[in-house]
Design a protein around this ligand. Structure first.
Ligand code: 13P
Length: 249
């Protein structure tokens, strides 16, 4: 049975006061036992959030990390530093990191290796741009993203991996991939994992969909057989909309 997961990626939103107000609201909620719930605040809010949620079912996740263990990388944060403040899960490869911070396939492979080395769980993001889809290259693009940065890991490391398919054209645009488009891609991804690793690994890894998931479309998307939940941007910023999505399975 694969894990059902809803993870909120706050991106560069919510300062300390806003985070605290979200956490107060979040802790009043009742969580479905079968859903793993995560939130990813900014670096400055990580330790506070982790401490606040320590005895709570919601996991605190980092949005990024540097691939080096330490050194002269001004402004960066390492896996060890994340772990030292209680964070064991990290998002790697978000399309905004790829597009605005020039994170290429090799860098992402190094980040994957560094996180695995530190025993962290990775939420590995990937997805095609609009031009790729229009030119019918979306399957090839996704396959290459996975091959270049993830498929080199050893079989036993797959238990540390959650995948998040996020078509770039659907992020923050209000345009969602249709449930059928999401299912079609998720089934393709699972097939590629079976070929690269094993059928068992492919059957066990959770694949989330991300891109304009909202309370009014989550049930239909999560209802597809190869969609195991969502990575949520805008709708994760308020407790009400986030919880509606958490309860959409
Ligand atoms: P939106 O839900 O705002 O489209 O963002 C999706 C996303 O990028 C999550 O990582």
């Amino acid at each position: 049975m694969r894990k059902q997961i809803v993870a909120g990626n706050w991106k560069m939103n919510h300062d300390l006061a806003e985070t605290e107000s979200f956490l107060v609201g979040l802790k009043e909620q009742v969580f479905p036992e079968e859903v793993t719930v995560m939130i990813a605040p900014s670096f400055t809010q990580l330790h506070h959030t982790y401490k606040s949620l320590r005895d709570h079912p919601v996991t605190t996740v980092a949005q990024n990390m540097h691939q080096a263990a330490n050194g002269a990388f001004t402004g960066e944060v390492s896996a060890k530093m994340l772990k030292s403040v209680g964070i064991n899960t990290v998002i790697i490869g978000h399309s905004e990191r790829r597009a605005y911070f020039n994170e290429d396939h090799d860098t992402l492979a190094e980040k994957v290796n560094a996180a695995i080395e530190e025993d962290m769980t990775i939420i590995f993001c990937f997805g095609e741009e609009l031009n790729d889809r229009k030119s019918d290259a979306h399957f090839d693009v996704v396959k290459k993203q996975l091959e270049d940065s993830l498929f080199h890991i050893s079989d036993h490391s797959w238990k540390q991996v959650i995948l998040a398919y996020e078509p770039v054209w659907a992020i923050g645009t209000g345009e969602t991939a249709s449930p059928e488009q999401a299912q079609e891609m998720h089934a393709f991804i699972r097939k590629e994992i079976a070929a690269a690793a094993s059928q068992k690994i492919a059957d066990e890894v959770s694949i989330l969909y991300g891109g304009s998931v909202k309370p009014n479309n989550a049930t239909e998307i999560f209802g597809k057989k190869d969609v195991d939940g969502g990575l949520i941007g805008g709708a994760s910023l308020a407790v009400d909309s986030f919880m509606e999505i958490v309860n959409s399975f």
